[in-house]
Design a protein around this ligand. Structure first.
Ligand code: URA
Length: 239
């Protein structure tokens, strides 16, 4: 048995305080009966509805976050804030983790889940999931840089990069970078190797998953059914 507010908040659809408000307004039912208190105990197999809509207590949770600058993509850290600290407590306790890391100063699309198998499939190099980044650089990228990215660069430190996409925007001080892999600081290292150090970096998409532009920095929401389906279809079942 678990508290009703914890169970509902663990879906990622409502915060604990939102659940309290929903219960107060009589919008939550347990097995057809209006829930009296957010603290009341119920079993996960009982039928829960909010506004008459059944609430599915899924096995796994999938959260899209617009990662803010200054937060670590990690599950815990002794000194610094991690992206998990941005979530409500019941979600934090589910054991979610970021699927791939963004640097502390990189913003944008971050997927958090407790589904280790899907995460593994998304990160496996063989899955070839394209990640698109918007970079602002010191200088302007040009056609030579585009060609170098296309051909696959070998950096001075020996890092071998697969062919990657580079699309200059406006005057070239901003560009879109598309990578099929995710090596440490890869976008920054590739652009620095071309003499165009990155000033700001934001991830816009990961495979079919696009950053929801209505999410403020630090905001998050569960994936829609459609987004989850598209992600599953983008990666083979066995890698
Ligand atoms: N490449 C980088 O350099 N940093 C990131 O955070 C992601 C990709």
């Amino acid at each position: 048995m678990e508290r009703l507010d914890k169970l509902l908040a663990s879906t990622g659809r409502w915060s604990r305080s939102q659940v309290k408000e929903l219960v107060r307004q009589g919008r939550v039912r347990v097995d057809g009966r209006v829930a009296a208190r957010p603290e009341e105990k119920c079993a996960p197999e009982q039928e829960l509805t909010v506004d008459g809509e059944p609430v599915c207590l899924q096995k796994f949770v999938y959260i899209m976050m617009n990662k803010p600058d200054g937060w670590l993509s990690a599950t815990e850290d002794k000194r610094q804030q991690t992206v998990l600290d941005l979530l409500d407590k019941p979600l934090q306790r589910r054991g979610l983790f970021p699927v791939g890391r963004l640097d502390k100063d990189t913003t944008g699309l971050l997927l958090l889940t407790d589904d280790g198998e899907l995460a593994h499939r998304l990160l496996a190099p063989k899955s070839h999931v394209d990640k698109v980044y918007l970079a602002r650089v010191d200088g302007c990228v040009n056609e030579d840089d585009v060609k170098a990215f296309q051909e696959g660069m070998v950096l001075e430190d020996g890092l071998e990069c697969l062919p990657a996409g580079l699309e200059p925007l406006e005057d070239g001080s901003r560009c879109l970078v598309t990578l099929r892999e995710g090596k440490f600081h890869q976008v920054k290292r590739m652009l620095a190797a071309r003499g165009k150090p990155v000033l700001a970096l934001r991830r816009l998409s990961m495979g079919p998953l696009q950053l929801d532009r209505s999410l403020p920095e630090g905001g998050w929401r569960p994936l829609t059914e459609g987004e989850l389906q598209a992600l599953r279809e983008a990666v083979p079942a066995k890698v």
